[in-house]
Design a protein around this ligand. Structure first.
Ligand SMILES: C[S@@+](CC[C@H](N)C(=O)[O-])C[C@H]1O[C@@H](n2cnc3c(N)ncnc32)[C@H](O)[C@@H]1O
Length: 312
């Protein structure tokens, strides 16, 4: 290992107590000190946090980036991320290999039922009371788009919003998954929880099943790092936000920061749906908890004046 000022002058052998002995495949090795530096740098950028015991995952995934750049060791890679003119682009590329993009259509069906049967009728009623026929839903961390198209198909299938201006917006930090989302064509892995009656929203093509153009028209995608609260203004104001299976990979501080952004983007009374294993109970936020028949969801509080009158 070369002598890098910010790592001190200890050789790899001299700091063997820090070394990670989890390597099974060939390539540059990451010691604990380097791991923590890289981990914190990535965490600042995109919120994702790796505990010490998942250092081998970071090592294995980032080796791809080192190979691509022709860099021999992680110390040099860390320097590249700090000082190279292309550091910003590389940070995105690092986030790209470190994120988990697993997703599929109709994920967590009980929650989708709460959305169609309870949330959508309320949101519709409120909009009609304002004289509006507009529905905005945000899928924050949408990966390759299955969640966005699922939401649009569900809205369509309720029949409650015919003739409305419907916009389902999905964002992700990964440009690779967004390209796939825009292509709207999927193979069998995306259909593992498919509901047969929604087959009508797909067209068979040589590359896979493609989402029907009518549904695609409702859906929009944008590149957005959720940690960038100022750029999140591109989302506009929304009635419902899905942020499922994204914040589980974040540390507490980053999670709170993103929840704050989501809160700001929601209309008053708007809903936040997290993944089934996620809860806001640990994070103090301004959201209210609302118990629906099939799920617990979170709400930006209504202004006092808009609450229904108390009975009795
Ligand atoms: C496991 S997928 C979840 C996809 C979908 N929400 C679902 O539940 O099926 C998590 C997605 O969050 C994205 N992500 C992670 N950190 C992000 C950030 N800081 N900004 C935007 N997207 C992020 C990842 O790229 C990944 O595609």
């Amino acid at each position: 290992m070369r002598l890098i000022p910010w790592l001190g002058t200890r050789s790899r052998a001299a700091c063997s107590e820090d070394n990670l002995t989890l390597l099974h495949d060939a390539g540059p090795t990451l010691d604990l000190k380097e791991f923590r530096l890289l981990r914190d740098f990535v965490n600042q950028f995109c919120g994702i946090y790796f505990a010490d015991d998942s250092a081998y995952v970071v090592e294995r995934r980032l080796r791809v980036r080192l190979r691509e750049l022709g860099i021999d060791d992680f110390a040099e890679y860390y320097r590249y991320l700090q000082y190279h003119p292309r550091a910003d682009a590389e940070l995105e590329a690092a986030a790209e290999v470190l994120t988990t993009n697993e997703t599929y259509f109709f994920r967590e069906a009980y929650q989708l039922r709460a959305f169609t049967d309870e949330i959508l009728p309320i949101v519709r009623g409120r909009a009609r009371a304002r004289g509006s026929k507009r529905l905005d839903v945000w899928s924050a961390g949408c990966s390759s788009g299955e969640e966005v198209y699922t939401i649009a198909m569900l809205v369509d299938a309720t029949g409650l919003f015919e003739g409305w201006d419907i916009r389902v917006f999905g964002n992700d930090i990964s440009r690779r998954v967004l390209r796939k989302a825009r292509g709207a064509t999927y193979s069998s892995a995306s259909f593992r929880a498919m509901i047969p009656e929604y087959e009508r929203y797909f067209i068979d093509t040589d590359e896979g099943k493609q989402v029907h153009p009518r549904i695609r028209l409702m859906c929009h995608f944008g590149h957005l790092n959720l940690m960038n609260e100022r750029r999140a203004a591109i989302v506009g104001r929304v009635d419902v936000t899905f942020c499922r299976n994204v914040l589980i990979y974040f540390d507490d501080a980053s999670r709170r920061k993103v929840l704050d952004t989501i809160y700001q983007r929601l209309n008053r009374g708007g809903y936040l749906l997290l993944g089934h294993s996620e809860s806001l109970l640990q994070s103090s936020t301004a959201f209210e908890i609302t118990q629906l028949t099939t799920d617990i969801v979170y709400q930006r509080p209504m202004p006092y004046t808009d609450l229904p009158p108390r009975r009795g």
